[in-house]
Design a protein around this ligand. Structure first.
Ligand SMILES: Cc1cc2nc3c(=O)[nH]c(=O)nc-3n(C[C@H](O)[C@H](O)[C@H](O)COP(=O)(O)OP(=O)(O)OC[C@H]3O[C@@H](n4cnc5c(N)ncnc54)[C@H](O)[C@@H]3O)c2cc1C
Length: 518
């Protein structure tokens, strides 16, 4: 596999490194001796390894790749019967690839003071020569009730964001976006039609991204943290996001990733950490890297012995975790003629099927992707059958295109991420209840045996696929350099090593700098 270099490690991640160095102060030589002294074996129902990674999503697979490249014996176990987790590409009956989970690379290149940043998923896509296509965010067709488009509507969103940025400078963590939206709408004296348009825009651009309602998003922390550092060019994988997963796993030996291993119990702080699966298999390891989604942790689907400490449980409970679902309808030929990439439905009930992707434009295929979020998505999942969702979507389309009789789709795909027992939702967001410290706590190990990765542990790019990938790199780096799994910690394994000497120096210098500043 072509080496992929780390060009960026999350800024906030370094706090986690620092805290860890201070908290556990592990003797690295001892760690190496400890590992070597153990005979790695695999008997009928006990498997032993150096690092056991739970979860074969982007975070777990990337951590495994880096560890293996540096000679660390690593096994990934996964509850589903497939790899990829919340990356789930499917070939439709008529041969098109569609993504039921993550689809876009959000921002490919961007600049921050001091340099340029490239999205790490984009780097992989380029290394793997995966075809991608750009989807300009402003190519949006809005459907207004009775075609009444308010004037200046284009400026409202930017004005609102500027207003919230200014107001939240002095605000407490618990002020929500809804609070500011209501004040803003009153200040502008919006008419009823204008209010519909304003809230529809917020629904599509904020609620849609965060997969939850405005009243649940902590505006202050959101404004402090969220930023499209990789720029505003969004692309999707023409052959499905799965191509990235396939690339990450293409050199993996059989037995290194084990499917249908549902973890029910993790015992740590003992000579060897132990993991029990629902089928009665026991995995023993020096280190466990847990990458299951926040929804699984919130639902307490895994038992821990000893129980997780209160600071970790508080972070798990306070972090926000939303639902984003997709209804994908396909026809044998497009009955609509719009060539815009995105549709937005402005109405008094924007939460009901307000955001759309016109796949006829960007996939060259006659399909519409309809997105719905938060409580509305939960309601759909728990009360409607797939057929009823399709009918509801067609009814809304009929409103949007009153001059056409909407034909029955030839095929449809309805996601139910909240009902999925391996995710219990879609991705994390900044809730009104959480603090920034909670996000850092989410990323921290609870002992020198149990570490955490996954999108919800990414303090900066939480929710995104690149956040997940970087969190896997963060924990692999921690294991290699802080916990001493890299045999020679001063010289990287080779020139083409995934972690270059430059990056090792950056991480170590940062830790030293923080120690001085602390
Ligand atoms: C509908 C949707 C749309 C999205 N759109 C985008 C997008 O366009 N762009 C973007 O950047 N991001 C997007 N995301 C987010 C992105 O997909 C995720 O952030 C990323 O895939 C998460 O990777 P992960 O490794 O953290 O978790 P996962 O991919 O969830 O991996 C964790 C793994 O743990 C496994 N697991 C869970 N419980 C157990 C257990 N008990 N035992 C064993 N294994 C277990 C799961 O099966 C899973 O494979 C989207 C997500 C969803 C759901």
């Amino acid at each position: 596999m072509e080496a992929i270099t780390i060009n960026h490690i999350e800024d906030k991640t370094h706090y986690a490194f620092l805290n860890n160095v201070l908290k556990f102060d592990r003797n690295e030589t001892e760690v190496n001796r400890f590992s070597e002294s153990k005979n790695l074996f695999d008997s009928s129902n006990v498997t032993r390894t150096q690092v056991l990674i739970i979860g074969a999503g982007l975070s777990g697979l990337e951590a495994a790749r880096l560890l293996r490249e540096n000679g660390v014996k690593t096994i990934v176990i996964e509850g589903r019967n497939r790899t990829g987790g919340r990356i789930f590409s499917l070939r439709t009956k008529n041969g098109h690839m569609i993504d039921l989970g993550g689809a876009w690379i959000h921002g490919i290149n961007g600049s921050i003071p001091g340099g340029d940043l490239t999205n790490p998923i984009w780097e992989i896509a380029r290394a793997a020569k995966i075809p991608t296509r750009s989807t300009p965010v402003d190519d949006l067709l809005a459907f207004y009730p009775a075609n009444q488009k308010p004037s200046n509507v284009e400026e409202w969103f930017e004005d609102f964001v500027d207003y919230v940025r200014e107001e939240t400078k002095m605000a407490t963590d618990d002020a929500s976006f809804e609070y500011y939206a209501n004040i803003f709408a009153n200040m502008r004296n919006f008419t009823v039609q204008e209010r519909y348009a304003f809230y529809s825009i917020l629904h599509t651009l904020i609620e849609g991204n965060e997969a939850t309602e405005l009243d649940k998003i902590g505006a202050k922390n959101y404004m402090d943290i969220t930023g499209l550092h990789y720029g505003e060019e969004h692309v999707f994988h023409e052959t499905g996001f799965k191509a990235i997963i396939d690339y990450l796993t293409k050199d993996v030996k059989s037995g290194d990733i084990r499917l249908e291993q549902v973890v029910t119990r993790i015992s740590y702080n003992q000579e060897l950490a132990e993991v029990l699966t629902a089928n009665g298999h026991v995995y023993q390891a020096d280190f466990i890297l847990l990458t299951v989604p926040l929804g699984v942790l919130k639902a307490r689907k895994i038992e821990f012995s000893p129980p997780l400490p209160e600071w970790k449980l508080n972070a798990i409970d306070r972090l926000g975790y939303g639902i984003l679902d997709k209804a994908i309808l396909l026809w044998d030929k497009a009955w609509w003629d719009s060539t815009n990439y995105y549709f937005m439905r402005v109405s008094s009930t924007p939460k009901l099927f307000g955001s759309w992707v016109n796949a006829n434009k960007w996939h060259d295929r006659p399909a519409l992707f309809c997105f719905y979020f938060g409580e509305e998505a939960y309601k759909m999942e728990t009360t409607l059958s797939d057929g009823q969702v399709v009918t509801a979507v067609r009814n809304v389309l009929q409103e949007m295109f009153p001059n056409v009789t909407i034909p029955m789709p030839i095929d449809s795909y309805i996601t139910r991420w909240a009902q999925d027992p391996f995710s219990y939702g879609s991705y994390s967001h900044i809730s009104v209840n959480q603090t920034h410290a909670d996000m850092i706590h989410m990323s921290e190990p609870v002992s020198n045996q149990l570490l955490f990765a996954g999108e919800a542990t990414a303090t900066q790019y939480y929710g995104f696929s690149h956040g997940a990938l970087l969190s896997g790199r963060r924990e692999a780096t921690r294991l290699l350099y802080v916990y001493g799994l890299l045999p020679d910690q001063t010289v990287p394994t080779s020139r083409s090593s995934a972690i270059s000497s430059f990056h090792m120096m950056v991480i170590i210098s940062f830790i030293c700098l923080q120690l001085v500043l602390y």
